[in-house]
Design a protein around this ligand. Structure first.
Ligand SMILES: [Zn+2]
Length: 474
């Protein structure tokens, strides 16, 4: 956080008056051209008009609610900047307010997000969670946001017109990020889904990034027959700044954000070649997260595990890994996770320091995914697999607007698979047993002999056909 961001609004009072006038004029212009009739607004849980100051330091938000509606004022808003929509200051006694006439104005500083990458212009990356009042009633919200002249804006919400967005209900899985600047975009098409790639830094080559991401998007789409979410946005930003805590790989970091709409963000080394990017598993991993709904933070081992499993399968299916290399990587990771000095179970790993149990968090769920996949393939004579069950999950339940638990997810997967439960017994066993699940017999039956760089494949093993089917693209 910079000193700049802590500077109190009051110290800029003189300049603020001028900006208010400009903002009000702009709001009027926006209103004259495209204001939603209040009847239209009634269809939403809230409607916002957002004006950003040209210097990107302040934001003015007008919030309208259905009759009698209540909102929560975000922590980043100073009480003395809140007024009703006649301009009358409101006396605040609580964070939840019922504004007179269902209309409220706030003014806030555009505080940089703690998630902003080191070395970026901190004042460009902001989180609406700091200044967008949240209605008490859940539901779709409508927002109009006009970026400063000459600037693009990246937001996670669904665009429905010029400067107009729908904010769908979504799991609150972290902070929402928006960014202003001059961005390159590319469209990545996979069947019915069109993913927009936003390249936030001019030092990154948008065509190279699109060429890197497209095969990963397609391979995730082959799992269940379509891409699991039709409205995902991809964001790429520079990942190698001086003093960056990230490691020196082509894609040092990536993550999925679901708050306000699904966004997958990648930090990329601008120097990375197409070949280096192709060999990197981050895209396969992050996009695989979308195969599952958002599972509660305390059960990270499920989402990280399934994504880590698919990251390896998809890299092999894309031809980036040979089947042998994939098994060497998987078994090396299983062995490393099995060797950690901790009494943690996957289910209680959230109570331990993350750094101590991270390998368990990433690979216990991957082992469970492998066990479930093999069991499904074995019992159904090849007509069923983890792919097909996740395809059924996509059809019934994705993208999902709520937070799932392990229990609700695996009950749903068992119901979709039919027959005797596969997931729930594995889930309870893996979740409650300290350390990594024992995969030694399973791997032997699959014909994976040895582990890590020494692993080799035995085609005479009982389940060798199933092992081959895992990496095959049908
Ligand atoms: Zn992950």
């Amino acid at each position: 956080m910079t000193a700049e961001s802590n500077r109190p609004l009051a110290s800029r009072n003189g300049r603020r008056a001028g900006w208010w006038l400009a903002a009000s004029l702009l709001a009027c212009l926006v209103g004259a051209g495209a204001a939603m009739a209040s009847a239209d607004c009634a269809a939403y849980a809230a409607c916002y008009d957002v004006v950003i100051s040209p210097d990107l330091r302040e934001v003015l938000v007008e919030t309208r609610l259905p009759e009698g509606g209540k909102v929560r004022i975000p922590g980043g808003v100073r009480p003395d900047t809140i007024s009703d929509c006649t301009g009358e200051r409101m006396r605040m006694t609580a964070v939840d307010v019922r504004p007179p006439g269902g209309c409220l104005r706030i003014e806030a500083s555009l505080v940089p997000s703690p998630l902003a990458a080191p070395g970026r212009r901190m004042d460009r990356f902001v989180s609406p969670d700091d200044w967008l009042p949240r209605p008490e009633v859940a539901g779709e919200r409508h927002l109009r946001l006009r970026p400063p002249p000459g600037m693009d804006v990246f937001v996670p919400w669904r665009r429905i017109g010029e400067h107009a967005y729908r904010i769908p209900p979504s799991p609150r899985s972290g902070r929402t990020l928006i960014d202003f600047g001059s961005f390159a975009t590319r469209q990545l098409v996979a069947g019915d889904a069109t993913l927009t790639l936003w390249v936030l830094d001019a030092t990154l080559d948008a065509d190279r990034l699109a060429a890197w991401l497209l095969p990963a998007v397609h391979s995730v789409a082959t799992v269940g027959g379509r891409f699991p979410s039709p409205h995902v946005q991809l964001v790429a930003q520079r990942g190698h700044d001086a003093g960056s805590p990230f490691d020196a790989s082509p894609v040092p970091f990536g993550h999925v954000m679901r708050n306000g709409g699904e966004v997958v963000r990648f930090f990329v080394d601008p120097e990375a070649t197409a070949q280096q990017l192709g060999a990197d598993w981050t895209a396969a991993h992050e996009l695989s997260h979308l195969l599952l709904p958002y599972v509660h933070d305390r059960e990270k081992w499920i989402s990280e595990g399934f994504a880590s499993y698919y990251q390896n399968l998809l890299m092999a299916r894309q031809g980036q890994y040979s089947a042998l290399e994939m098994w060497q990587r998987l078994t090396r990771s299983f062995a490393a996770a099995g060797g950690i000095a901790s009494s943690a179970t996957p289910g209680n790993a959230y109570r331990h320091p993350f750094w101590d149990v991270r390998l368990l968090v990433y690979w216990s769920g991957a082992a469970m995914a492998l066990m479930a996949d093999v069991e499904l393939r074995a019992r159904a004579g090849g007509t069923q697999s983890l792919d097909s069950v996740l395809g059924a999950l996509e059809a019934c339940c994705l993208p999902s607007t709520r937070v799932w638990t392990g229990e609700s997810l695996f009950a749903q997967l068992d119901a979709l698979a039919g027959g005797a439960p596969v997931f729930m017994p594995l889930y309870h066993k893996v979740s409650d047993t300290p350390g990594m699940p024992d995969t030694s017999v399973l791997l032997r039956d699959l014909g994976v002999i040895g582990s890590g760089g020494d692993a080799r494949l035995d085609d005479s093993a009982a389940l060798a056909d199933i092992r081959r089917s895992l990496t095959r693209v049908d």
